[in-house]
Structure formats: structure tokens, C-alpha cells
Design a binder for this molecule. Structure first.
Ligand code: APR
Length: 315
């Protein structure tokens, strides 16, 4: 069992702060420290969340770090630092800007929380997770991209909306990249242990795939900014699984080393999460169509990684 149970959150924006709030409400850890480059953001949110813990059943100490050096000796560090895409930026511009932020944040984590497990959240998720692997050189079980947990929750929402079985457990898995080529798998989903394929038609399953892929954009359409409750809660779930050593099975972006026929790339696959981080990568049987889709997903990520390589990011 991990001692101390201290979680650092770098980037106290919408997603980072919501993850902190969720952890504080659940009483998952003893201490949460928030850091943000924007002056006052971590400080203000830490106070607000600390006051909310008055109603939690377990105490959590919430503090703000004034410098990256104050995010120290964490068991887990969640990285949500980044900038959103602005009008005149290409995807490539955004990738390079966020990669530079991730590099400096990762170097700080290596200095101040050298034994931590890192949960990476900044977008483009799979490429940033890969960058953290390459920068740290740490064992691959310690770096985990949060995407599949969120995309799975978005698929579960679509399943519930169609079936309306309120309290039934929903198993919903999404693999692949956290983007256009993500692969929701309704054919492997179930509700209260009943296979979804026994409850829905092929057309309805196709509809769930499309709606899941559009899940993030649908929120942006309403809010004009991306969602944060879903991502925040999904991060907290992963932190809980690690700190409680619960061996939860969830999709996450991890470094592949031959699994699914691919290597040296981060992409979403089901994993077992426990005290060591990624304790096992689960290799499912994929039919030829799904293998092709998975390959397309991997190619999306490798083209992002190539942008970093072509810009001498790893030199
Ligand atoms: N160090 C610390 N914090 C930083 C740094 C840095 N070097 N650079 C930027 N930040 C902070 C910003 O000041 C901002 O508060 O990261 C925070 C990001 O928060 P938001 O802009 O609110 O974005 P959010 O919606 O929380 O998303 C965060 O997660 O899902 C992904 O695409 C999303 O990459 C984005 C990330």
C-alpha cells in the first residue's frame, strides 16, 4: 500500500480542479497539492475546495503550491497543464506548444516527485503520454494516459440513454486514440451482465459508436468549452484504483511493447490498475475489422509523435 497518499495536480484549470474536488469529496487521499502557472488560480481553487471538504466524511488537506518545487514527494501526479487551441493555431502548433509545457512539467516531476506515478491528461493525450515516457525514461507502468475511462463513461451514458435501466451496472469499453479514430466497442459492452448485443439492434449499436465519438464535441457545442466533470471524475477514479490497489480494469493510454502487434506508441487499451500503476495490459481478441481500426488509431498517434521527432523535440 502506498504511504502518505499525496496527489499533486499540475494545471488547476477546469479539469485539474474538478479532479481535486472529486478526490476531496471521496476522501481518497490524505493530501492534494495544486499548482498552476496562472497566478492565483491554484491558490483560489485550493481554498474553495478545502472549504468544501468540511462536509466530507474523511479529511483531506488541500494546498496550493507557489512553485513547481512545492509539488514534492507525491505518490501520484496528475498533469492537466496545457493551453486550448486558439483560432489561428494549427493542430501542429498546439501540439508543439503543449509538448513544451509537458516537457518542463515532467522535468519538475522527475526532480520533486521522483517516485510518483504520472496520470497524463493534457491533449493531444496519447502523444503527450508518449512524450512523458520518453522524457522520464521511467518504467512504463508508471505513466498512464487518462482517456479511455472518460470515453467509456461517455459510451455508458449513451447506453443508459437508450435503455434507461437506471441502476444497472454498465460495462463500456473504448480503445484506440483519444480522438477521431477512437474505437467504442458496444459489441463487447454489457448492462447488468446482459450483453448489449442482446438488447440493441445493429443500427442502435452503430448510433452509440457515433454518439460516443462525438461525446466531447457535443458538450463543447453547448458550453463553448470542453467538459470537466466527466474528465475530473475519470481521473479521480484512476487515482482511487492506484491508491486503493483495487486492480480495476479500465481503458488507458499506455506504452505498447508488442501488445496488439504494436510497439513504441501510446494508445488506449484495457489495463489493470493497482498500486504499481499499470499492472497488466489486457490483450483482447480483435477481429480483422477491429485490427484495421486499431491500426488506423495507432497511425494517428504515430503521426503526432513524428511531428515531435521532426521538430527535434527528443534531441
Ligand atoms: N504549469 C502549470 N500549469 C500550467 C502550465 C504550466 N507550465 N501551462 C498551462 N497551465 C495551466 C493553465 O494556466 C490552466 O489553468 O493549465 C490549466 C489548463 O486548464 P484549462 O485551460 O481550464 O483546461 P482544462 O479544460 O482543464 O483542460 C486541461 O486536459 O482534457 C485536456 O484538452 C484538455 O489539454 C487540456 C487539459
Amino acid at each position: 500500500m502506498i504511504q502518505g497518499r499525496k496527489v499533486g495536480i499540475i494545471g488547476a484549470g477546469a479539469v485539474g480542479a474538478t479532479a481535486a474536488f472529486s478526490l476531496a469529496v471521496m476522501g481518497t487521499c490524505k493530501e492534494i497539492v495544486l499548482f498552476d502557472i496562472a497566478e492565483g488560480v491554484a491558490q483560489g481553487k485550493a481554498i474553495d475546495i478545502a472549504q468544501a471538504t468540511h462536509f466530507s466524511t474523511k479529511p483531506t488537506l488541500i494546498t496550493a503550491a507557489d512553485t513547481p518545487a512545492d509539488v514534492k514527494n507525491c505518490d501520484i501526479v496528475v498533469v492537466t497543464a496545457g493551453v486550448p487551441r486558439k483560432g489561428d493555431m494549427t493542430r501542429e502548433d498546439l501540439l508543439m506548444i503543449n509538448a513544451k509545457i509537458i516537457k518542463s512539467v515532467t522535468e519538475d516531476i522527475m526532480k520533486y516527485s521522483p517516485n510518483a506515478i504520472i496520470i497524463s491528461v493534457s491533449n493531444p493525450l496519447d502523444v503527450m503520454t508518449y512524450a512523458i515516457h520518453k522524457i522520464t525514461g521511467w518504467d512504463s507502468n508508471r505513466i498512464i494516459g487518462m482517456a479511455g475511462a472518460l470515453d467509456g463513461s461517455r459510451m455508458a451514458y449513451q447506453i443508459r440513454k437508450k435503455l434507461g435501466f437506471g441502476a444497472a451496472r454498465v460495462g463500456a469499453l473504448v480503445i484506440g486514440d483519444h480522438g477521431e479514430n477512437m474505437i467504442p466497442l458496444p459489441q463487447k459492452a454489457n448492462i447488468g451482465d446482459v450483453p448489449l448485443s442482446d438488447l440493441l439492434s445493429k443500427e442502435e449499436m452503430e448510433d452509440i459508436i457515433e454518439r460516443t465519438k462525438n461525446g466531447g464535441a457535443e458538450i463543447v457545442g453547448h458550453l463553448k468549452t470542453s467538459g470537466y466533470y466527466g474528465p475530473g471524475r475519470a481521473i479521480a477514479f484512476m487515482v482511487e484504483a492506484i491508491l486503493n490497489d483495487s486492480k480495476a480494469v479500465v481503458s488507458a493510454s499506455v506504452l505498447l511493447d508488442g501488445e496488439y502487434g504494436h510497439s513504441d506508441v501510446c494508445v488506449g487499451v484495457p489495463v489493470v490498475l493497482g498500486a504499481k500503476g499499470v499492472e497488466r495490459i489486457i490483450e483482447m481478441n480483435l477481429d480483422d475489422t477491429l485490427k484495421e481500426k486499431f491500426k488506423a488509431s495507432v497511425n494517428t498517434v504515430t503521426s503526432g509523435i513524428d511531428v515531435l521527432k521532426n521538430n527535434t523535440f527528443f534531441n
